[in-house]
Design a protein around this ligand. Structure first.
Ligand code: 5GP
Length: 254
C-alpha cells in the first residue's frame, strides 16, 4: 500500500499530504525535545495523548467561535487539519511566572502575574526562537498590525476560556504557546489557530499541590512524564481507548 507523501517533519509531529486539497494529516510522535533540540527522548504514549488532548481543546475552542485548523481526528495518532501558511511566530500567554520569564526577569516561579502577559517569539530553530517585539514583526513583514490585533485577541480569549476549563478540573493554566496560520477563502484571508494545544506547549500545575503535569517534567528530568499527561487527559475525561491505528504514517484513511 502506498504511503502518503510526507511534507514536513518537526520535533514532535509529522505533516502528511491530506486526502483533499487544502487538507493535511498531522501525526503526533512520541519524541520529546527540550533546549531547542539539545535534549531528545521518547515519552511512550505521548503522541496518542496529545492527539486526544489537542482534539478536545480545539473542539471546545471552536464551540466558542475561535477558528482553528482542526477538522477531525482520524485515529490514535493522526488528525485531519486545514493546510495553513504558518505565521513564523510563537505567541506565549502567561498567567503565573515560570520558565523563561522567571529566569529573564528574576521573578520567583509561581508568582501570579498582575495580568495576563502576551509575548512574541520568532519561530526559528537556528536562532533558538528569539523573543521579538511587535516592531520587528511588522517591520520584517511577518504579520501586519491588524493580524497582530487578531492574534492577540484570539490568544487572550483562548487564555480566558482554557483558564476556566482547566480550573474546573483542578489544574492551573500557568502559560502556553500558540501558533497561527493564514487561510484564503476566495479573496479573503483569515487567521486561524494552528499547531496543537497539549501538555507539550502548556504549563499545567495541579491547583492544590502545584505538581507539574506538563513537559517541564521532561525538561527538568522529573520523571513520570507519561503519567502526568495521562492525568491531564483523565481529568478532562478523555483518556484514549486502547486499540489500533497506533502506527506511524498509517495507510488507512477513514
Ligand atoms: P518559556 O518561554 O517559559 O520557555 O515557555 C512558555 C510557554 O510556551 C510554556 O508553556 C512552553 O511549553 C511553551 N513554549 C515556548 N516555546 C516553545 C516551543 O518551542 N515548543 C513548545 N512545545 N512549547 C513552547
Amino acid at each position: 500500500m502506498a504511503r502518503r507523501r510526507q511534507l514536513y517533519e518537526g520535533k514532535a509531529k509529522i505533516l502528511f499530504e491530506g486526502p483533499e486539497p487544502g487538507t493535511l494529516v498531522q501525526y503526533f510522535k512520541d519524541d520529546a525535545t527540550a533546549g531547542n533540540g539539545a535534549k531528545h527522548g521518547i515519552i511512550t504514549g505521548k503522541g496518542v495523548l496529545n492527539n486526544r488532548i489537542s482534539e478536545y481543546i480545539m473542539l471546545r475552542l471552536q464551540e466558542i467561535g475561535i477558528p482553528t485548523h482542526f477538522i477531525r481526528r482520524i485515529n490514535m495518532r493522526e488528525q485531519l487539519i486545514r493546510e495553513v501558511e504558518i505565521i513564523p511566530l510563537e505567541i506565549v500567554v502567561r498567567n503565573i511566572a515560570a520558565g523563561s520569564i522567571a529566569k529573564r526577569l528574576g521573578i520567583p516561579e509561581g508568582t501570579r502575574l498582575p495580568r495576563a502577559i502576551v509575548e512574541y517569539y520568532y519561530k526559528n530553530d537556528a536562532l533558538g526562537d528569539p523573543m521579538v517585539a511587535e516592531e520587528h514583526i511588522t517591520a520584517f513583514g511577518w504579520a501586519c498590525p491588524h493580524d497582530m490585533d487578531d492574534m492577540v485577541a484570539m490568544s487572550l480569549r483562548v487564555n480566558d476560556f482554557l483558564t476556566g476549563l482547566f480550573a474546573g478540573v483542578g489544574i492551573s493554566l500557568v502559560d502556553f504557546k500558540l501558533e497561527f496560520g493564514r487561510v484564503w477563502e476566495g479573496e479573503e484571508m483569515r487567521i486561524i489557530l494552528a499547531d496543537e494545544i497539549s501538555p507539550d506547549n502548556c504549563r499545567l500545575w495541579d491547583a492544590k499541590t502545584n505538581e507539574k503535569l506538563d513537559k517541564d517534567r521532561f525538561r527538568r528530568d522529573m520523571g513520570q512524564v507519561e503519567e502526568a499527561y495521562q492525568e491531564v487527559a483523565r481529568r478532562l475525561g478523555i483518556l484514549p481507548e486502547a486499540g489500533n491505528g497506533d502506527h506511524k504514517g498509517s495507510d488507512t484513511m477513514q
